[in-house]
Design a protein around this ligand. Sequence first.
Ligand code: GLY
Ligand code: MN
Length: 352
Amino acid sequence: MRRLRLSLLGLCADALLVTHLPNVRYLCGFTGSSGWLLVEQDRSTFFTDSRYTFQARQEVLGARIQIAPHGLINSLAEALKGRRRLRLAYSPAQLSVAQFNALKAGLGGRVRWVRASQLIETLRAVKDASELNTIRDACMLISRVFEQSVASIRPGVTELALAAKIEFAIKSRGAQGPSFETIVASGPRSAWAHATPSLKPFRKNELVVLDQGAILRGYCSDMTRTVFLGRPTPKVRRLYGAVLEAQDAAKAAIRPGVTAQSVDAAARKALRSQGLERFFTHSTGHGLGLEVHEMPRLGRGEETVLQQGMVLTVEPGVYLDGFGGIRIEDDVVVTSSGAEDLTTAPRELLGL
Ligand code: GLY
Ligand code: MN
């Protein structure tokens, strides 16, 4: 909250309306599904509805709680009624057109709207020691879930059945749930980088991509492993080795002071040297924290400078239409001099 107030001064705004729930949680601790936070220099007010009266009392720190009987917009208008002029910052990407129009109608001409994008996201990108501990635990948990579930990959078992086992294990081990819908994709379907699990059964001699994450105490992990059902063929070994090298190259490029795009370029260069760059069809990684995708994105044209304490995924892959895909994804933290692995599951190619 203190760091945010400093950025607000820089924007010449009197207040910031925080409408994105992960940002609300980051600033005041509320974990429910409905709530806005109004941050001013000398006070903060948290608005929620009556379902969350007791929860808000228990969770919210550093803000006055206002239960909204007739919706958040009316409550906000009510709270700001006496004010003459207010420069109110908001994030356009986190407010619908309908909400913005209703706010404008409710607050009238007293408010000057100041567009402010990624103010809180920039603060969230660098994790403190307690956030790092939690993410470390979330990464260890999902690594164990993977090691446990891989034993269930057998011919005849469906992608959906394995995804269900993974998600059961995530909750059984004390996490809130998956940080995104678990991806299990086998055979030619493993070439779909973002497949959803289907009723397709595993067959002998095919690739299986498993992409899974857990939310533990609010923080996400995200890891991918690719295994081969049978004895890996020379082609599979070659492709797997190339993706592993690309991941190593990207990790080696990470340190404070470099740009996000340079990490992406390192992975692409490694795949290019094997003639495989055109099969790598997404970016190299993304920030990870309260959300599974957050700042910074490790992709082409991304000029964000990496800082110590950022948590990133490093997930190069190759996807060959009709044949299959291979992706290897680890989570790392940027240290004072490089990248430290948070994902603990082994990376070598498993033949099952
Ligand atoms: N693991 C899913 C994703 O990063 O999109
Ligand atoms: Mn990811």
